[in-house]
Ligand binder design. Sequence first.
Ligand code: PEP
Ligand code: CO
Length: 463
Amino acid sequence: MAASEMPTRAPLRPVREAQPWRAGSWQAFPAAQMPHYEDPAELRAALDQLERLPPLVTSWEVLALKELLADAQQGKRFLLQGGDCAETFADCTNEVIANRLKVLLQMSLVLVHGLRKPVLRVGRFAGQYAKPRSADTETIDGVTLPVYRGDLVNGPEFTPAARRPDPKRMLEGHARSGMTMNFVRALIDGGFADLHHPEYWNLAWVERSPLAAEYRHMVAGISSAMHFMETLAGPIGGFQRADFYTSHEALLLPYEQSMTRQVPRQWGWFDLSTHFPWIGMRTAALDGAHVEFCRGIRNPVAIKVGPAMHDDQLQRLIDILSPDDEPGRLTLVHRMGAGGIAQHLPRLIDAVKATGRRVLWVCDPMHGNTEKLGNGVKTRRFANIRSELEQAFDIHAAAGSRLGGVHLELTGEDVTECMGGARNLSEADLGRAYKSSVDPRLNYEQSLELAMLIVRKSGGGAD
Ligand code: PEP
Ligand code: CO
């Protein structure tokens, strides 16, 4: 649409404000991407149980994260948000959880060292179980069934039983999110993130990685600096632990509503299924249920911003979701694709500037770069991921804005899902270890390479 055809901007605080918000007020708005539960009584029974179960996070953690995100908005911290595209119930295991943590800890060490600023670690985990899909159904050999929407909703197997949306899965998802959080918290409290022991984060299968030597060299430098400081000053606090916050797409609204609570000595409502919910690209309609739900919770929230986002739509989303311009409240995660970012990001940065509101800009270089190979396999080329991220830094810098974080899909498992990177994975390599049920993820080396790239683009560099 040409600039002259763009609708004029609506006044601040559109009509929605006239309607009071409730945890269930989203139900009066069109809700995209929602499964159809056949039996309302069965749904009600599951939600009744969920409403009585304890939440997964606390309001004070949520508010603490908001302050850290406010720091990131001011350039005092860098956000590293990463994890699976879709967690699965089957992957709620010791190895998968610990390995993902190892990759994130190694990346954050590279970032802290190179950027010389604290890194805010947010996992795409402990609840990333619901997925938006491009169609409601899937047809194979003339048989049509509901599409797989993530383990929180139904099962991936192509059978009527598995594909039936089952409300009891929300109870299972809540339990597995709780187990994941519990294990992450216990590892960290037990010393897993202690900088004195970076060897805890080594992954067995990466011994011969081309990047491991550079990483080990950096770790040796950090260890000797820590040793030097502690020799002079005695044990220094802050090296022992690294906090993790959780995030997921707030997609399945009945589930999110059941975890939305009021707490003593705080005003308002918190979605206590996660610290940091986000609104996906397919559910960011101004008059949609997901925006209605998120406007009323006190959590920090993020919106995915794709190439189709209209300037005016983004401005109005900011009005709705951050009417008071509260520090840390709103994060914009742009995901344009390497070929689209130069065209779309500058206009959106200008649109946000025109509102005068504060946001945290974050780059997701994954979702705009997904492609399907001739054999139907979904992949992403590392060169495109890298290019989008590099362009993001440059475009923000040129616009007098700031890229304050990255949002990545990655795993600590030995997978070959994205092509390229340090080992230059080819199309033929994808067959070796393609495990994702949804989007292709970065493996360890590709993740570490991106962390090193971020340091270089931010003007830092390993000593
Ligand atoms: C995702 O983050 O897995 C996702 C579906 O992203 P988007 O909404 O940006 O497409
Ligand atoms: Co994804």
